[in-house]
Design a protein. Structure first.
Length: 506
């Protein structure tokens, strides 16, 4: 593939700057490295050379390649030496004043048609370019760490960015072996914006006392298929990184309730419980291994009560078949007997609300999350209400664990755990499309590559049903009275007419 940029500059040689320089050199560009710290550019070149030598030793690249790529890296002591570059990417400290000052200097050094790109993850490209004489040549070029492994890059257009600039950057990203996604200049761009639902909703669940950190992680790994639970992920990233991003995006969207941060995260950050890097976060770490509390064993119940299923239960036919497969004694009357364990399977509502509305005895009522087909999950989730008797909770737990599948029992929650987290993710993604921040296709690509979700958020909505997701959101808004759960118009309209969430706007 022909290179759009044969000579580029990289300013800032931390991990991100080194990563950008690495893939640019490997693509065939000559890379001019500059850092304000004396000797840092040379150290970055040596670091990359050693990395390439290790790759050659392992047979992953040809033996002569490390020297060829090293020769593509040119440390320079002054910004003036970047004059030959047709693209300069800044990867310096995440401060608006520093980035503006740097780009002002670069504007007077490079050619008038050279592109100036910022690797910012949280600052407005429009604001970064605002003081330049030619803001149309400035764009966001946001890579993710580690750059060689994270194969997505956000190409971000500020209000005055020329379309040709973004097209050239996208072509160059492909030449470097990365997948570009095109984004408008809004807080968090695509990936950090779309990722707000996972951690913030999980934190909200814990803050309500619904379940502990380990239980929430188990549920979202085993029911949905996330590689890491939200608290494992926050510990890996570090709260010193994650929580400020939560706060920044929340405030940049003028305190939008969908992005509301958590006092739990703020308190842990203040206490230095950052995650793996500090040895303790949401988990304690010993020799790098998380100390996860053991999962409660299923209770032994000698005499199982009969089971009655609500007529309004989600996936009622599937739930009946599951109960038959588990050997339950099923009641089929219009109402439960005085001895029956009563099962409800709401979408979005809590068990308490369902018991009251359906005039069921709350002491014998237990909920089960049936948003996702039981055959597609590795865990079942039950919820009690404040009045559920211990013997009924134990009977439900024992029954649903009969075939060896893991069971989690949580306290009452509108939307259990999976429903509320998935619905929040789908809703935020839908609103990104509604705001025309990016196309549905680029959103799905950005999230699957940038966040490693098992499905893109719109595909999640399609798989488990836009109408079901809407029902979860409407009912959660009723339970909590919080506009956080108001459905996006994109989701509401597509759910109403049965249109796929990934279908582009006409």
């Amino acid at each position: 593939m022909q290179l759009d940029f044969t000579r580029i500059g990289v300013v800032g040689t931390g991990a991100m700057g080194r990563g950008i320089a690495q893939i640019a050199a490997q693509a065939g560009s000559t890379v001019y490295l500059h850092d304000s710290q004396p000797g840092a550019a040379e150290a970055a070149r040596d670091h990359l050379h050693q990395q390439w030598l290790r790759m050659a030793d392992k047979g992953r690249i040809d033996a002569g390649q490390p020297q060829l790529w090293r020769d593509k890296l040119v440390p320079v002591a002054s910004l003036g030496e970047l004059a030959p570059c047709t693209l300069v990417v800044e990867a310096i400290v995440e401060r608006l004043d520093a980035k503006r000052e740097l780009l002002l200097q670069l504007e007077s050094i490079v050619a008038p048609d050279a592109v100036l790109a910022s690797n910012t993850s949280s600052l407005s490209i429009t604001a970064v370019a605002a003081t330049l004489a030619r803001p149309e040549r400035v764009a966001g070029f946001h890579f993710f760490n580690p750059v060689p492994l994270m194969k997505v890059v956000e190409v971000v257009a500020g209000l005055r960015t020329g379309a040709a600039v973004c097209e050239r950057l996208a072509r160059y990203a492909r030449a470097m072996g990365h997948t570009p996604v095109m984004a408008q200049d809004t807080p968090g761009f695509i990936v950090n914006h779309a990722g707000r639902g996972y951690g913030t909703e999980a934190l909200r669940i814990v803050s309500e006392g619904v379940a502990d950190f380990a239980t929430v992680d188990r549920i979202l790994r085993d029911q949905v298929g996330f590689k890491l639970g939200p608290f494992e992920l926050l510990d890996l990233t570090g709260l010193d990184v994650s929580h400020p991003v939560m706060e920044s995006i929340y405030h940049q969207f003028y305190d939008e309730p969908r992005f509301r941060p958590s006092a739990i995260a703020a308190q842990r950050l203040a206490g230095g419980l950052l995650g793996r890097k500090s040895g303790e976060g949401f988990y304690r770490y010993v020799d790098g291994t998380a100390q996860v509390p053991p999962e409660p064993a299923a209770p032994v119940v000698t005499e199982m009560p009969p089971v009655w299923v609500s007529t309004r239960a989600a996936r009622r036919a599937e739930l009946y078949q599951l109960l038959k497969d588990l050997g339950a004694r099923i009641e089929t009357g219009t109402s439960p007997s005085a001895q029956a364990l009563t099962l409800v399977a709401p979408l979005g509502f809590d068990v308490t609300t369902v018991a009251v509305v359906e005039r069921l005895d709350p002491a014998r009522t237990v909920g089960i999350d049936m948003l996702i087909d039981d055959a597609a999950t590795r865990r079942r989730v039950l919820a009690t209400n404040p009045a559920t008797r211990e013997d009924m909770a134990a009977a439900a737990h024992a029954l649903f664990a009969r075939d060896g599948k893991a069971v989690s029992v949580i306290r009452d929650s509108g939307g259990f755990v999976t429903q509320r987290v998935v619905a929040t993710i789908v809703n935020i993604a839908s609103d990104i499309c509604q705001q025309r921040i990016c196309t549905p296709a680029d959103l799905e690509t950005a999230v699957t590559l940038g966040l490693g979700y098992p499905l893109g958020p719109l595909a999640m909505g399609d798989r488990w049903g836009p109408t079901n997701i809407l029902e979860v959101l409407f009912n959660m808004q009723t339970v909590y009275g919080d506009t956080r759960y108001r459905p996006s118009p994109w989701l509401r309209r597509r759910g109403a007419i049965g249109l796929s969430l990934t279908h582009p706007e006409s």
